[in-house]
Write a protein that binds this ligand. Structure first.
Ligand code: T3D
Length: 257
């Protein structure tokens, strides 16, 4: 079904592999379409309770494939038509999305990782805000996410200087949730994804909505938003299971319902 990515669902986790390793998984229009479609499928698939995006080979994603840009391309249109829809699809997804950053993530590949809920980095991974080195501005939500994650001053430095950020530095800055040794990267990503896939999926979706609302609503409006969210969460089977398990002194078995 897909040519530039590999997609499979296993034990509640949708695995999306960016699959152009010879070009460090850099984006073509087809690949952007496929990533968007895969995230959309996973969002709608009841079997899926966590999504992992990772790269085949030694890179995560090197941003736009620079050898594929047609002369006279309107970059504004390219962003509207190909990049923004992927980022919007990721941000609209109510299931947890993990970027398993196995190697370098540059340009829009860095932005893709920033759009996800979690960033697990191999010790071999790095981020490069490469745009400025080719006379462009960071796109695909990059500066929007960076200012939220590291604040204005650091975001300015990362966007303007475009220096390589090794995994350890990314963790210090709050851009990585954790850095994992290369040998155990696959196992630890598996374990993390499986943990998320066994959590109360609907509550996670409502938490994601609340995180978005917290940065846009007034405090008063947020409290009302939160009340409605909590009402919805309380009606789920997983909430009942959580209470039962607590009272019965056992580990809850959440089903995502
Ligand atoms: O409308 C629009 O298009 C605007 C949208 C823009 C979105 C963007 O993402 S703009 C930013 C585009 N990305 C870049 O500028 C990054 C370019 N790549 C690099 O700076 C470096 O490759 C890396 C820092 C990512 C990795 O460096 P390194 O030394 O580990 O690897 P390398 O040797 O440079 O690359 C390995 C191969 O991948 C190489 O091919 P070869 O020589 O082995 O045949 C290289 O050409 C290829 N490659 C890497 N990045 C890209 C790429 N090929 C096409 N496009 C790339 N972006």
């Amino acid at each position: 079904m897909f040519e530039t990515i590999r997609y499979n669902v296993e034990n509640g986790v949708a695995w999306l592999y960016l699959n152009r390793p010879d070009k460090l998984n850099s984006f073509t229009a087809q690949m952007l379409r496929e990533v968007k479609d895969a995230v959309k499928n996973a969002s709608k698939d009841d079997e899926v309770r966590c999504i992992v995006i990772t790269g085949e080979g030694r890179g995560f994603c090197a941003g736009q494939d620079l050898s594929e840009i047609e002369p006279n391309t309107d970059y504004g249109d390219m962003i509207r038509k190909h990049y923004a829809p992927v980022i919007k699809q990721i941000k609209a997804c109510e299931k947890p999305i993990v970027a398993a950053v196995n190697g370098v993530a540059a340009g829009a590949g860095f932005s893709l990782a920033l759009a996800c809920d979690f960033r697990l980095l191999s010790e071999k991974a790095s981020f490069v805000n490469a745009f400025v080195h080719i006379g462009l501005i960071p796109d695909s939500g990059n500066i929007y996410f960076l200012t939220q994650l590291v604040g204005q001053a650091k975001a300015a430095e990362l966007a303007i200087l475009g220096e390589k950020i090794p995994a350890g530095k990314a963790e210090e800055l709050g851009l990585a949730n954790r850095v994992i040794q290369a040998e155990s990267f696959t196992d630890e990503v598996n374990e993390f994804a499986s943990r998320l896939a066994n959590m109360p999926t609907k509550a996670i979706g409502l938490i994601k909505r609340s995180l978005k609302a917290a940065s846009t609503l007034s405090f008063e409006d947020y409290l009302e938003f939160e009340a409605q969210g909590q009402r919805t969460a309380a009606l789920t089977a997983d909430h009942q299971e959580g209470i039962n398990a607590f009272l019965e002194k056992r580990t809850p078995v959440f089903t995502g319902k």
